[in-house]
Design a protein around this ligand. Sequence first.
Ligand code: FE2
Length: 195
Amino acid sequence: MWIPSDSEIRSLHERAAPTPEAFALVWTHCEIVCRIAEQFLTPELNADLVRAGCLLHDIGVYRLYGRDGTLDYPNYIKHGLLGHELLEAEGFPEPLCRFCSCHTGVGVTRADIREQGLPLPPGDYVPETAEETLVLYADKFHSKKSPPVFVSAATYAVSVSRFGAGKAARFSELVATYGEPDLKPLVSEYGHELV
Ligand SMILES: [Fe+2]
């Protein structure tokens, strides 16, 4: 399968971003997620696919910026699906599109959509491959808040528990599988606080 290079993905971000500020925020986050995921690469994983998945996963966020440059937070949950659609329209293969639609939280299920009334078409938006699972996991340790922050496993565990005990349990399973990333070198390199 064709996998785009980092510079091809960066160009796509530049084209999709509504402002240089949005580009800087989203692209930097994607690079950081990539750096985190690299800590968990094993020989069984397709490293190029993980890398492309990390760099692409949030491309749909740009679609949620309004004319005034602010993010549409109430519809933020849609960013994964919007990214999937954006990549599909660019002719990207399905396995790459899926990194966008299957990275939100610890996975969004058909039952979640129904029970929480989420603004998504019915379906299971959950990782199926080891590469998809790793991109989802690495993404949990950095947040595009203003200002952006690194997120410890303990902090993420508290925030995900708001969505139910099942979500907290799934995150614990992921932490048990991968271990926690070493965020300290990234904190000093990027200057984002660790919360
Ligand atoms: Fe992300």
